[in-house]
Write a protein that binds this ligand. Structure first.
Ligand code: UDP
Ligand code: MG
Length: 323
């Protein structure tokens, strides 16, 4: 029996930002695997405002292979938002985001789909190893996962990226989440459902360089922590209580000592240390308030998450999704 045109079973979503050199080998490997699965599929490439020829190449592929569809965003919005744009335009019964740089091996899709057929709703690719990453990156990533798993309100699995299979019902759940700060790892964990994983070795990028630098990673970590934990906001009141108790004890001690021994030499050092320390703590607290406040401000602006400039290969009318 032939399916009607709209019954796409698997949607692959590829966020692409300046990936012109890698596309050919990506599609070669991806399409080979997908054809082997004998499922109907679509490959949605989201061009995230690339400054090289990526979009032109993608349109060219779309003309040759109609299963490859292209969404071109109006500018660079970042990977998480590009992914969201893909999720909202995908039709498949299962959706698999995959990186354009082949760090997520397409060959794993077979295993993801097999688990999905067993009845799981979310099948993540879990990294067995991180190749070609510096010692600093590994250590900081480790520390980040340790901290966030301690303080986050939902357990966020470590060593899983965005490479995973999502059943349609999970995608629908994620689409209802209106926040602008799209910490995808967290959102995927938050929705729950029947989850499992398959292990894989994460290879190096085939070409080009990563778009992440330490400043971006730091901001990514802040986004993750602030969207999934209130601990940094709350911890200060406890510290305040402890500090006040200490100050009170020390103050009482000083008063009693003055009463008994009379006025002695003023303690410049202890005074400075206390003032500087408390001042520092206050500044940190203000900064943390600012982090949360800034994000609240972002959310209240109610801007659309992204703007689509053009779509290729979609039959329905273009609607600007207002989240
Ligand atoms: N990407 C994107 N927009 C961006 C940055 C990256 O769509 O602003 C895409 C990029 O093209 C790639 C994926 O996100 O397909 C992962 O990017 P990258 O390899 O730089 O990240 P890493 O693998 O180092 O986490
Ligand atoms: Mg990569």
């Amino acid at each position: 029996m032939r399916f009607n045109l709209n019954s796409v079973e698997i949607s692959i979503i590829v966020p692409c930002y300046n990936e012109e050199q890698g596309l050919e080998i990506l599609f070669e490997r991806l399409l080979r695997i997908l054809d082997r699965l004998s499922l109907s599929y679509e490959v949605i490439c989201v061009d995230d405002g690339s400054r090289d020829q990526t979009l032109e190449y993608l349109i060219d592929y779309h003309n040759r292979y109609p299963e490859i569809k292209v969404i071109s965003l109006s500018r660079n919005f970042g990977k998480d938002i590009a992914l969201t744009a893909g999720l909202e335009n995908a039709q498949g019964k299962a959706i698999i985001p995959i990186d354009a740089d082949l760090q997520d091996p397409p060959e794993l899709i077979e295993q993801l789909v097999a688990k999905w057929r067993e009845g799981y709703d979310v099948v993540s690719g879990k990294r067995r190893s991180r190749q070609g990453e510096s010692w600093v990156k590994k250590t900081t990533a480790n520390a980040f996962y340790r901290i966030i798993s301690r303080i986050s309100s939902v357990p966020i699995p470590r060593d899983t990226g965005d490479f995973r299979l999502l059943d349609r019902r999970v995608v629908e759940a994620i689409k209802t989440m209106p926040e602008r700060t799209r910490f995808m790892k967290g959102l995927f964990a938050w929705v729950g459902f029947k989850q499992t994983y398959v292990l894989y070795d994460r290879p190096n990028r085939i070409q080009g360089t990563t778009k992440w630098n330490y400043w971006k990673l730091w901001n990514f970590a802040l986004d993750g922590i602030t969207s999934f934990s209130l601990v940094p906001l709350k911890v200060w009141s406890y510290l305040g209580v402890v500090l006040s108790l200490l100050a009170f004890t020390y103050g009482s001690f000083l008063i009693i000592r003055t009463i008994i021994l009379g006025i002695d030499v003023p303690g410049y050092a202890s005074l400075m240390v206390t003032i500087l320390f408390i001042g520092g703590v206050q500044l940190i607290t203000l900064g943390i308030l600012g982090e949360y406040l800034g994000r609240i401000y972002e959310e209240t602006k109610q801007r659309p998450l992204y703007l689509i400039r053009e779509r290729y290969g979609f039959e329905d009318k273009l609607g600007y999704k207002q989240l």
